[in-house]
Design a protein around this ligand. Structure first.
Ligand code: ADP
Length: 216
């Protein structure tokens, strides 16, 4: 079983939904940097105040802020138990820092699951996306609606639209992705860790494929 995992892919490729499904099935800790930042913003912490402008504009939070959290996220227990990063690493510097950190702990990454997805599908997925304001579970106005309108199935909290899920901001996020994050596909392919999955298929099919890879 592969237990130290990175999910890579453009915004809207289904990383968050897949991670939530894998977390349930394999009891892997789902570490979403975006969700982490959204919680900090909602709670108006010092970190939240420092990152809110970047997140709202669809820009990347500076590496030094993100990397300062690595030690905090990856506790020795989690390294042993297994983890799944969603939204991290997003830059070459972050990928190198993660590799170095894992090598130092003698716990290298097992696999990087890359979800590919065409851009028109990304835009329609993201602009229709709604998320739980409390637990972060993802929904979609057409494709994945909750049992009661506007209410999270899991925790009963109201669903909201993320402040960076408007079409204009999505286009900027995609541009950052293409320029800064997409080169990590080659970085991980070169290290032999990359497995490509089709993110355009529905969540069930992506989950089935990913589960097979993790079990192999
Ligand atoms: P998505 O994958 O749909 O773009 P995320 O929830 O992963 O959404 O991220 C939302 C925002 O949080 C990003 O646009 C960025 O501003 C910030 N962010 C999340 N992870 C990182 C990271 N590893 N490095 C820099 N910024 C990040």
């Amino acid at each position: 079983m592969r237990r130290r995992i990175v999910l890579l892919g453009p915004p809207g490729s289904g990383k968050g939904t897949l991670a939530q499904m894998l977390e349930e099935k394999f009891e892997l800790e789902h570490l979403s940097t975006g969700q982490w930042f959204r919680n900090e913003i909602r709670e108006e912490t010092e970190l939240g105040k420092r990152v809110v402008e970047y997140v709202a504009r669809g820009e990347l939070v500076p590496d030094e802020l993100v990397l300062g959290l690595l030690e905090h996220w990856l506790t020795p227990e989690l390294i042993q138990h297994g983890f799944m990063f969603d939204g991290f690493p997003r830059t070459r510097a972050q990928a190198e820092a993660l590799d170095k950190f894992c090598a130092h702990k003698m716990a290298p990454l097992d696999v990087v699951l890359f979800l590919s997805c065409p851009e028109d599908l990304i835009i329609s997925r993201i602009t229709g996306r709604r998320v739980c304001s409390s637990c972060g579970k993802n929904y979609h106005v057409r494709a994945l609606s909750p049992r009661s309108p506007g209410i999270c199935d899991l925790c009963g909290s109201p669903l909201i639209q993320r402040l960076d899920d408007t079409e204009a901001v999505v286009r900027d996020r995609l541009e950052f992705y293409r320029e800064v994050t997409e080169p990590l596909v080659d970085y991980y392919r070169d290290s032999g860790k990359l497995v490509s999955l089709n993110g355009a298929q529905g969540p069930e099919a992506a989950f089935r494929d990913a589960a097979q890879v993790l079990a192999s």
